[in-house]
Design a protein. Structure first.
Length: 139
């Protein structure tokens, strides 16, 4: 993985993006490109944005996460945001930011459960079970 890139991992038909700490503007732009590219190439059932490693969410990063979630939704991918610390959740409310059509979960485990396939969903493509994206594997 290149320095400063956020890993995107495939697990149970979902893409998991685990944001750890603050991101620079350039890293946010790269993350947007990486997520949309992974959605296009891997056709996941869901996208989980895990923010448990983020202590402070400024307005720029908050809007970027919202935009990533909305973009995934427009691409037909159910999206969950999880791991919001209490201070971050309060900041989202204070900034009056909503993420329509995106579910939130307390932690990663619950997010995976929320996006679990139902009986009417298609089978999970084998390439999306327990793998790391090719972008992550390159050094």
């Amino acid at each position: 993985m290149q320095a400063g890139r956020v890993p995107i991992v495939g697990l149970f038909g979902n893409l998991i993006v685990s944001v750890q700490g603050g991101l620079t503007d350039g890293q946010v732009e790269q993350l947007r490109d990486d997520v949309t590219g992974s959605i296009e190439s891997r056709s996941p059932r869901g996208l989980i944005v895990d923010l448990s490693g983020v202590e402070i969410l400024d307005s720029y990063l908050t809007r970027a996460i919202r935009d990533i979630a909305l973009t995934a939704r427009l691409m037909g991918v159910r999206t969950a945001v999880c791991g919001l610390r209490p201070a971050v959740a309060i900041a989202l409310v204070e900034m009056d930011l909503e993420i329509p059509g995106v579910v939130t979960a307390l932690n990663l485990e619950r997010a995976v459960e929320m996006l679990a396939p139902s009986a009417e969903d298609d089978l999970v493509p084998p390439e999306l079970t327990n793998e790391v994206s090719h972008e992550d594997a390159s050094s």
